[in-house]
Design a protein around this ligand. Structure first.
Ligand code: ZN
Length: 282
């Protein structure tokens, strides 16, 4: 892989210079590469993963995860049984990648919508396998993160196995946590029943998010988990779902005062987001 990794000793920021990604197509010119028969999916599939042609990591592995052969589908429209196939694939890839030499952290994530940089509409996510634990994940895991099992005014949904709530210190207008009520370290440690429960919760949450804005909002999603347990005490896997929308088609930008200080000014009250989602979720 081309590219170099740089570290700023003053800010503690790690930067991957990946100029080769400038050459990747913004919008595919010859049909969707993720539809069956397309460049990356020559044969039929239910879910699928493959190595990213445009890797962002020089010392690591970048994969793409296809959620469904249906081009216009999303977590809001897929059946829970179909979403469980995605969860199973996340689990399989987490285990596979974590077992590779020099892999310390497996990041499962998604950018959905052009406003957060997704270049292809077809429902898909990505996985980066790092040779180190990234700084934010290290802070979360070192601090012995635990979910809020009763988030009070910020609670959105509680099921047999999972909780969904708005984050206390939300950086983004919408910032949700989806977490198992019983601790597991990685998505791969979820039982089959828990994975189906996870899928059902995602289906309900994304439907409610669509209803919140009367259209599908752009969002980013990622799972915090741990590949190497030795450095952390009882890591607790969880997902965060964040959207930059503060209203339909109104984007909140993270700007100078925030980027420069790493302090954030969120115009939306998490209690309010939670109350509205609680009313919409079914
Ligand atoms: Zn497609």
């Amino acid at each position: 892989m081309s590219g170099i990794e740089r570290f700023d000793p003053f800010t503690g920021t790690r930067v991957h210079i990946v100029a080769s990604r400038q050459n990747r197509p913004n919008i595919p010119t010859e049909g969707c590469p993720f539809c069956v028969g397309g460049l990356e999916a020559p044969t039929d599939y239910r879910v699928k993963s493959f190595v990213n042609r445009w890797p962002a990591l020089q010392n690591g592995i970048c994969e793409v995860v296809l959620y469904s052969p249906k081009h216009d589908s999303s977590f809001a429209s897929l059946e829970p049984s179909e979403i469980k196939d995605v969860v199973d694939l996340w689990a399989e890839r987490t285990t596979h990648l974590a077992n590779q030499n020099d892999i310390e952290y497996v990041l499962v994530f998604e950018n959905c919508g052009a406003q957060v940089g997704a270049t292809i509409q077809h429902p898909h996510g990505q996985i980066y396998a790092f040779d180190h634990v990234p700084a934010r994940q290290h802070r979360i895991l070192s601090a012995n993160w635990r979910p809020e099992l009763d988030a009070g005014a910020r609670a959105i949904l509680t099921t047999e196995n999972f909780v969904v709530y708005a984050q206390f210190a939300s950086v983004h207008p919408v910032s949700l946590v989806v977490a198992p009520r019983a601790r597991v370290g990685t998505v791969a440690e979820l039982t089959s029943d828990q994975r189906l429960g996870f899928a059902e919760v995602l289906s309900r949450t994304f439907k409610a998010l669509h209803n919140l804005f009367d259209s599908p909002p752009p969002y980013m999603m990622w799972i915090t988990q741990i590949a190497e347990t030795k450095n952390y005490t009882e890591p607790w896997m969880h997902m965060e779902i964040v959207s930059p929308w503060r209203a339909t088609n109104v984007q909140r930008y993270i700007a100078a005062a925030e980027i420069s200080t790493e302090e954030y000014f969120n115009p939306v009250d998490p209690d309010d987001v939670a109350a509205r989602l609680r009313n919409l979720i079914s």
